[in-house]
Design a protein around this ligand. Structure first.
Ligand code: GDD
Length: 409
């Protein structure tokens, strides 16, 4: 039996995702028409002998209640939300719920960050992990040397795949192989976390009776129940035949900003094309709008037959798309209205927003720059013939003049 744990974090963690995280927890933000966390959940569903999926986070219970019950019914896999009373770090969060997790007597525990986008090759990882006979196996990928320092960089033995060295977001280059935030562990991981936590307690006691703190400044302010998987477990246990790596050559991205969510929505739409093309809109039939590339349209959305949609467009529930509208590389959220002949390119349009006739909401599409994707928060009104370029507009604003490269507060 195996179980899977998805770390969803909490409200203080999603600040770079504003303004889209102001009214929806980031893990529930839709990518390719499905909440972000649905993608790893669907991947877990494909693991043989999966008994349970746990979501661990410090969002309020009620924010996840509806989601958890509907996804459990839909996929027929029990999904439970376990709420931490405060952040315990990625390993501490797991440890905090060890009793619930061990109720299923799992032989293996998958651990996934909710804010990564990849093909989640979980069955292959499990097979590799069993052959390595270690405590854990980490999914890794090769990235460009310039971008590696945003992640955990690691070195592995090319023959045995043993993890030899691990440094979290190092200042000087270590390796172009990085930690993808997807792991599989044996239950021994709980003993390892417990070890770090006890060491912290001992140090704290020592500190009270000596000037030990001056020797260990890095550990000064961390409470004993706050344990990070990367710095506190992987770094010290590298090179001890405990951890191994499984390298993927598929796609992988991290979803920290709204711009990246647009890119990842496109990656998941492309995955649907390969695995479940029935989820995508088709351009056939004379009644339908012209569809190009991969497009998702919620069944309740109304799209005028003269609109042109795609590639990479995702249209959520109850959206109304008028005649002659052009939508390219965008996410249109629930209850949005886009009026006749408006154009949206490289943009995310927030819930209940409205875009006027002949208006343009667009951006350059450079996902790595802050204003490379235009974002309209919830209930923004763009009046007729207004142009909004490379900008972020906070909720409830009315745009009656055109803007470029601005953040409208
Ligand atoms: N429940 C809970 N409690 N979740 C948490 C907590 C916590 O206290 N802290 C972080 N998380 C969740 C986040 O929501 C996210 O899904 C995941 O754990 C990792 O978040 P961080 O610890 O903030 O790390 P990061 O995302 O900057 O980097 C980690 O992931 C990268 C891959 O995406 C590191 O492990 C990197 O090495 C790795 O490359």
């Amino acid at each position: 039996r195996v179980v899977a744990v998805i770390m969803v974090g909490g409200p203080t963690k999603g600040t770079r995702f504003r303004p889209l995280s102001l009214n929806t927890p980031k893990p529930l933000f839709p990518l390719a028409g499905q909440p972000m966390v649905n993608h790893p959940i669907s991947a877990c569903k494909r693991i043989p002998n999966l008994a349970q999926i746990y979501l661990i986070g410090f969002y309020e219970e009620r924010e996840f209640a509806l989601f958890v019950s509907s996804i459990s019914n839909e996929l027929r896999v029990p999904v439970r939300y376990l709420k931490e009373d405060k952040p315990h770090g990625s390993a501490g969060g797991l440890y905090n719920f060890r009793d619930q997790i061990m109720e299923e007597s799992p032989s293996h525990i998958f651990l996934l960050n909710c804010d990564v986008c990849c093909s989640f090759p979980l069955a292959e990882m499990l097979e590799a992990h069993i052959s390595y006979r270690g405590m854990g196996t980490i999914l890794v990928i090769e990235v460009s040397p310039e971008s590696a320092n945003q992640f955990g960089e690691l070195v592995a033995d090319p023959v045995t795949n043993e993890l030899l060295h691990y440094t979290e977001k190092p200042e000087t280059f270590v390796s172009d192989r990085i930690n993808c935030g997807v792991y599989i562990f044996t239950p021994d991981i709980f003993t390892a976390i417990q070890g770090v936590s006890s060491q912290r307690k001992d140090r704290a006691t020592l500190r009270r009776v000596s000037s030990f703190e001056a020797l260990q400044p890095a550990n000064r302010s961390l409470p004993s129940d706050f344990v990070r998987l990367d710095q506190d477990i992987l770094s010290p246990l590298a090179g001890k035949k405990q951890f191994y790596v499984y390298e993927t050559t598929d796609y992988w991205e991290q979803i920290k900003t709204p711009g990246m969510s647009l890119k990842c929505s496109g990656l998941y739409l492309a995955q649907f094309r390969r695995t479940s093309p029935d989820l995508l809109a088709s351009g056939d039939g004379t009644k339908n709008a012209a569809i190009s590339g991969n497009v998702y349209i919620h069944p309740s959305a109304k799209v005028h037959p003269t609109a042109k949609i795609g590639p990479n467009a995702s249209i959520s529930a109850n959206a109304r798309i008028g005649a002659g509208v052009r939508l390219v590389h965008c996410i249109i959220l629930d209850d949005v209205e886009i009026k006749e002949n408006a154009v949206v390119i490289h943009a995310i349009v927030g819930w209940k927003s409205s875009i006027g006739r002949w208006s343009r909401v667009q951006a350059s599409g450079d996902h790595n720059t802050k204003l490379g994707v235009t974002i309209l928060g919830e209930s923004v009104t763009v009046e007729d013939e207004v142009v909004v370029i490379n900008s972020i507009v906070l909720p409830n604003k009315t745009m009656n003049v055109s803007v470029q490269e601005e953040i409208i507060l």
